[in-house]
Unconditional design. Structure first.
Length: 206
């Protein structure tokens, strides 16, 4: 997974080109989600990002303040666009790394969200379960906490996810296994500032 939030729209050509190398061992699909005038857009394929003709095109053309991308190694469900991440619903975009108990979450999911499920993955059900808990609690962070309290009661590996509502980007790392497969790294860069370049060249002395 790769997520970016910036203070102005950006493209990820350089970052996504490096991210693409992970598709060599995550071959079951890829996708990218972003926002246009506050509305979520998602493009997904069932093939590896390394095989995709659209990947290099979209890495240049997608320009957004928030971008979420994902390369998939499937644990459940065949490679398909419906099973590829990220998923979207309403204003939300979501991508997940790990496994959860799909049937356990389905048994607690309202029909309103069950009707939206298109694929076979546990990740999509996990997404709608989080949204249901956010709706019930009236707060994003409290909703996420409530969702996790239920998820960890059943079998799971990594619960890592990226979630956005178009204004904020939420990132979670949670795993009961000491594995690098469920690591999460983040980087914060301060905004650049304009100014007059000052200095003296050692060669020209000017």
């Amino acid at each position: 997974m790769l997520g970016v939030i910036a203070n102005k729209p950006v493209d990820l050509e350089f970052s996504l080109t490096k991210f693409r190398k992970y598709a060599s061992c995550n071959i079951d699909g890829w996708g990218i989600g972003w926002y246009v005038d506050g509305k979520p857009e998602v493009f997904k394929e069932k093939i590896s990002a390394q095989q995709s003709e659209q990947f290099p095109i979209l890495s240049k053309e997608v320009c957004s303040r928030i971008i979420i991308s994902h390369v998939r190694l499937g644990s459940r469900g065949v490679p398909s666009e419906h099973n590829s991440h990220p998923f979207k619903f309403g204003k939300w975009i979501f991508a997940h790394n790990g496994t959860v108990d799909r049937e356990h979450l389905l048994s607690n999911l309202d029909e309103k969200y069950k009707r939206e499920i298109r694929g076979e993955t546990d990740s999509e059900v996990y997404f709608y379960w989080i949204l249901q808990c956010i709706e019930e609690s009236g707060d994003v962070v409290e909703g996420i906490k409530k969702a996790l309290e239920n998820v960890v009661k059943a079998s799971h590996s990594g619960l890592n996810f990226l979630l956005s509502d178009g204004s904020s980007l939420y990132a979670l790392r949670y795993s009961d296994k000491p594995s690098k497969d469920y690591s999460l790294y983040w980087l914060r860069r301060d905004p650049s500032e304009s100014g007059v370049l000052e200095g003296v060249s050692h060669e020209t002395k000017a």
